[in-house]
Design a binder for this molecule. Structure first.
Ligand code: ZN
Length: 324
């Protein structure tokens, strides 16, 4: 005869199932505790840092090491001067423990956001500790900012920025001060070597040929630090009548000084540079495009040029190869 086992055993069976379920929960909880590396909870120990340009993101990662989780807002090819924070960016800034930006109005459209953030959390411009009397003024260099913000092209300025990042992390997270100091020391040694390397490399270009013609205003500090005259095409992109005169003036300068090459950036209209090249050709002067330089954004993430040191090396190698 068929029996009805459930009718009589159900209550105790239910208890057993519940007990087994609770046991399983406990085991899972214990496993989670003993296996921190694989759980999101482990990341809670890290300082959440949000940065703007890639050059800063790179340095913060170098100095912060395993203790930081860095989120960079501006990726390869992005122009920081025109960058406007999206709703997602605001959230990333809101969620951060610490914010690093360049300052000197590089991120011109985000100034108010940084001012607001500074009231509630550690918000630091990496240019703050650089002796401002050594900075290029904007007005003298055709910019509408008080200072030229492109400080990373003098490696010594960027070393100072690295020290500012180190000091901020040491103060924010004193428990790991030794690690931040150690990481910064190692990175600063690399930057010191890079600085010397750039100076030596530029010296291999014949003195009369140390002229850097680009379409953007980013290389003033580079020119000052390493002994190159920098000529910008900026302003010509508006294709005005004055622009035509600029092309003629620049062409005459290039022909007169026997300059072999000019440089492009991804954000620069080719038209203006082509006009200069064509003009020089008509004067019997062979002018080439020396290559593409990284100015306000680094290369793609995961490539050598996607690091600050790699970006500077790429620029220097490109310049030397074309002008030597
Ligand atoms: Zn710029």
């Amino acid at each position: 005869m068929p029996s009805f086992p459930f009718s009589s055993t159900s209550p105790s069976r239910l208890k057993r199932v519940l007990l087994a379920f609770l046991l399983a929960l406990c085991v899972a909880a214990l496993a989670a505790c003993g296996n921190k590396e694989n759980t999101p909870a482990a990341k809670e120990g890290q300082i959440k840092i949000t940065t703007t340009v890639g050059m800063i993101t790179d340095v913060v990662e170098q100095v912060g090491g395993e203790h930081v989780k860095v989120t960079g807002l501006m990726k390869a090819g992005v122009d920081p001067h025109l960058y406007k924070a999206s709703q997602g960016d605001i959230q990333k800034l809101d969620e951060a423990d610490v914010i690093f930006y360049n300052g000197l109005h590089l991120e011109g459209k985000m100034v108010e956001i940084f001012e607001k953030m500074a009231k509630k959390k550690t918000t630091v411009a990496v240019s703050d500790d650089i002796d401002h009397s050594t900075l290029r003024t904007g007005a003298e260099n055709g910019m509408d900012t008080e200072y030229d913000p492109h400080i990373w092209f003098n490696v010594k300025h960027w070393m100072k920025a690295t020290e500012t990042i180190r000091e901020t992390l040491v103060k924010f997270d004193p428990d790991h001060a030794d690690d931040y100091k150690k990481n910064a020391e190692a990175y600063l040694a690399q930057l010191k070597q890079l600085d010397e390397e750039v100076a030596e490399q530029i010296k291999t270009i014949p003195e009369g040929s140390r002229v850097l013609v680009t379409a953007h205003d980013a290389f003033g500090y580079f020119g000052d630090a390493y002994g190159m005259q920098v000529m910008g095409l900026q302003g010509m992109s508006t294709a005005s009548e004055a622009g035509t005169k600029d092309v003629t003036d620049l062409r005459d300068f290039i022909v007169e000084h026997h300059i072999k090459a000019v440089f492009i950036e991804s954000s620069v209209p080719r038209k203006a540079i082509d006009a200069v090249i064509q003009g020089a050709k008509e004067k019997g002067h062979q002018l080439e495009i020396g290559g593409e330089l990284f100015s306000d954004a680094m290369g793609e993430e995961g490539t050598v040029e996607g690091t600050y040191i790699g970006m500077v090396r790429h620029n220097v190698n490109t310049i030397v190869k074309a002008l030597k």
